[in-house]
Design a protein around this ligand. Structure first.
Ligand code: HEM
Length: 98
Protein backbone atom coordinates (compact mmCIF):
# COMPACT_ATOMS: atom_id res chain seq x y z
CA UNK A 1 0.00 0.00 0.00
CA UNK A 2 1.35 3.42 -1.00
CA UNK A 3 1.70 5.49 1.05
CA UNK A 4 2.29 2.89 3.71
CA UNK A 5 0.27 3.12 6.91
CA UNK A 6 2.48 4.74 9.57
CA UNK A 7 3.56 3.16 12.83
CA UNK A 8 0.95 4.80 15.00
CA UNK A 9 3.04 4.27 18.12
CA UNK A 10 5.43 6.84 16.66
CA UNK A 11 3.26 8.96 14.32
CA UNK A 12 0.71 9.69 17.05
CA UNK A 13 3.37 11.43 19.13
CA UNK A 14 3.61 14.08 16.40
CA UNK A 15 -0.15 14.74 16.28
CA UNK A 16 -2.64 16.59 18.46
CA UNK A 17 -5.79 14.82 19.64
CA UNK A 18 -7.72 17.11 17.31
CA UNK A 19 -5.70 15.94 14.29
CA UNK A 20 -6.02 12.28 15.26
CA UNK A 21 -9.77 12.69 15.73
CA UNK A 22 -10.16 14.38 12.36
CA UNK A 23 -8.09 11.76 10.52
CA UNK A 24 -9.85 8.85 12.23
CA UNK A 25 -13.23 10.36 11.45
CA UNK A 26 -12.67 11.68 7.91
CA UNK A 27 -9.88 9.41 6.69
CA UNK A 28 -7.03 10.81 4.59
CA UNK A 29 -7.67 11.56 0.92
CA UNK A 30 -5.61 9.73 -1.71
CA UNK A 31 -4.41 7.15 0.82
CA UNK A 32 -5.75 3.87 2.16
CA UNK A 33 -6.67 5.52 5.46
CA UNK A 34 -10.43 4.94 5.82
CA UNK A 35 -13.01 7.36 7.27
CA UNK A 36 -14.16 5.56 10.40
CA UNK A 37 -16.66 8.35 11.10
CA UNK A 38 -18.87 6.96 8.34
CA UNK A 39 -19.60 3.83 10.35
CA UNK A 40 -18.72 4.69 13.95
CA UNK A 41 -20.58 7.11 16.23
CA UNK A 42 -18.76 10.08 17.82
CA UNK A 43 -18.23 8.32 21.18
CA UNK A 44 -16.36 5.49 19.43
CA UNK A 45 -14.26 8.00 17.45
CA UNK A 46 -13.49 9.70 20.77
CA UNK A 47 -12.39 6.36 22.27
CA UNK A 48 -10.21 5.60 19.22
CA UNK A 49 -8.69 9.08 19.49
CA UNK A 50 -7.90 8.63 23.19
CA UNK A 51 -6.34 5.22 22.56
CA UNK A 52 -4.25 6.32 19.57
CA UNK A 53 -3.18 9.51 21.38
CA UNK A 54 -1.92 7.44 24.32
CA UNK A 55 -0.26 4.74 22.17
CA UNK A 56 3.27 6.21 22.10
CA UNK A 57 3.43 6.10 25.89
CA UNK A 58 1.77 2.75 26.59
CA UNK A 59 3.83 -0.06 28.05
CA UNK A 60 3.20 -3.64 26.96
CA UNK A 61 1.33 -4.18 30.23
CA UNK A 62 -0.79 -1.04 29.73
CA UNK A 63 -1.68 -2.27 26.25
CA UNK A 64 -2.61 -5.73 27.53
CA UNK A 65 -4.78 -4.25 30.26
CA UNK A 66 -6.60 -1.81 27.95
CA UNK A 67 -7.23 -4.27 25.15
CA UNK A 68 -7.81 -7.35 27.29
CA UNK A 69 -5.24 -8.99 25.09
CA UNK A 70 -2.95 -10.78 27.52
CA UNK A 71 0.02 -12.47 25.94
CA UNK A 72 2.75 -14.57 27.41
CA UNK A 73 6.06 -12.70 27.23
CA UNK A 74 7.30 -15.25 24.66
CA UNK A 75 4.33 -14.43 22.36
CA UNK A 76 4.79 -10.69 22.47
CA UNK A 77 6.08 -8.78 19.50
CA UNK A 78 9.41 -7.24 20.42
CA UNK A 79 9.28 -3.61 21.47
CA UNK A 80 10.98 -1.07 19.20
CA UNK A 81 13.65 -0.56 21.86
CA UNK A 82 14.36 -4.31 21.89
CA UNK A 83 14.57 -4.45 18.09
CA UNK A 84 16.96 -1.50 18.00
CA UNK A 85 19.09 -2.99 20.78
CA UNK A 86 19.35 -6.26 18.89
CA UNK A 87 20.11 -4.67 15.51
CA UNK A 88 23.69 -3.62 16.11
CA UNK A 89 25.06 -6.97 17.29
CA UNK A 90 23.25 -8.89 14.53
CA UNK A 91 24.58 -6.54 11.83
CA UNK A 92 28.06 -7.11 13.18
CA UNK A 93 27.66 -10.88 13.21
CA UNK A 94 26.02 -10.81 9.72
CA UNK A 95 28.98 -8.99 8.23
CA UNK A 96 31.43 -11.33 9.97
CA UNK A 97 29.70 -14.42 8.60
CA UNK A 98 29.80 -13.13 4.98
C1 HEM B 1 -8.58 2.21 14.22
C2 HEM B 1 -7.86 2.13 13.10
C3 HEM B 1 -7.00 3.25 12.59
C4 HEM B 1 -6.65 4.41 13.14
C5 HEM B 1 -7.01 4.94 14.52
C6 HEM B 1 -5.80 5.11 12.21
C7 HEM B 1 -5.22 6.33 12.44
C8 HEM B 1 -4.36 6.96 11.57
C9 HEM B 1 -3.69 8.21 11.84
C10 HEM B 1 -3.81 9.03 13.12
C11 HEM B 1 -2.91 8.48 10.76
C12 HEM B 1 -2.02 9.72 10.57
C13 HEM B 1 -0.64 9.38 11.02
C14 HEM B 1 0.32 10.51 10.74
O1 HEM B 1 0.44 11.38 11.57
O2 HEM B 1 0.95 10.52 9.69
C15 HEM B 1 -3.11 7.41 9.80
C16 HEM B 1 -2.49 7.34 8.58
C17 HEM B 1 -2.69 6.34 7.68
N1 HEM B 1 -3.53 5.26 7.80
FE1 HEM B 1 -4.66 4.86 9.40
N2 HEM B 1 -5.67 4.35 11.08
C18 HEM B 1 -6.39 3.22 11.27
C19 HEM B 1 -6.58 2.19 10.36
C20 HEM B 1 -6.09 2.18 9.09
C21 HEM B 1 -6.35 1.14 8.11
C22 HEM B 1 -7.27 -0.06 8.35
C23 HEM B 1 -5.66 1.47 7.02
C24 HEM B 1 -5.56 0.77 5.70
C25 HEM B 1 -5.81 -0.51 5.51
C26 HEM B 1 -4.96 2.70 7.27
C27 HEM B 1 -4.15 3.35 6.41
C28 HEM B 1 -3.46 4.50 6.67
C29 HEM B 1 -2.50 5.12 5.75
C30 HEM B 1 -2.11 4.61 4.37
C31 HEM B 1 -2.02 6.27 6.38
C32 HEM B 1 -0.95 7.23 5.86
C33 HEM B 1 -1.54 8.37 5.11
C34 HEM B 1 -0.44 9.37 4.71
O3 HEM B 1 0.66 8.95 4.37
O4 HEM B 1 -0.72 10.56 4.77
N3 HEM B 1 -5.25 3.10 8.55
N4 HEM B 1 -3.97 6.50 10.32
Amino acid sequence: MRPEPPRLTEAAAERTDEEICRMASNGIKMTGMPAFGEHHPPDEIAAITAFVGALPWLTVDDYSRLTGCVQEPSERAPTRAAVEASEEPSRVSDSRSE
